[in-house]
Write a new protein. Structure first.
Length: 131
């Protein structure tokens, strides 16, 4: 449980490091910390991995056969938790949830790729300024 929280925390951490990079680009007098590029790369790879997992789970749940096979398991789990009405959980609901997961995973992957490209651009510009 704690491991999943830590892994999902990689996405906002990577975005925070990228915000620091953007601040350094907009205001060149603000120096970029030496740890920020490492954070963007390392935490970005973890966030990329999590994004791919979310995309894969979203595409799996969007499959009607998978949604139908998950339905009894989810209803049994909800009955075990004594949660009220389970009639709202339908294959269509699960497919919609899969679409949401697919969108969120693609957004996370796109964010990481954009930030990695921005970091590369920052180093290329910085290197050309020094030359």
């Amino acid at each position: 449980y704690i491991v999943s929280i830590v892994l999902f925390a990689a996405i906002p951490l990577q975005n925070y490091a990228a915000l620091q990079l953007q601040k350094s680009i907009r205001h060149p007098e603000i120096k970029l910390s030496q740890q920020t590029p490492v954070g963007i790369r390392f935490v970005g790879l973890v966030a990329l991995f999590i994004g791919f997992l979310v995309v894969l789970s979203g595409t799996a749940v969007m499959d009607p056969e998978v949604a139908k096979s998950l339905l009894p398991q989810l209803k049994d789990q909800m009955a075990g938790l004594r949660q009220g009405d389970t009639s709202m959980i339908t294959p269509g609901f699960l497919q919609g949830l899969g679409g949401f997961l697919l969108f969120m995973g693609l957004a996370a992957v796109a964010s990481v790729l954009i930030h990695l490209r921005l970091l590369r651009w920052y180093y290329l510009v910085k290197q050309s300024d020094v030359s």
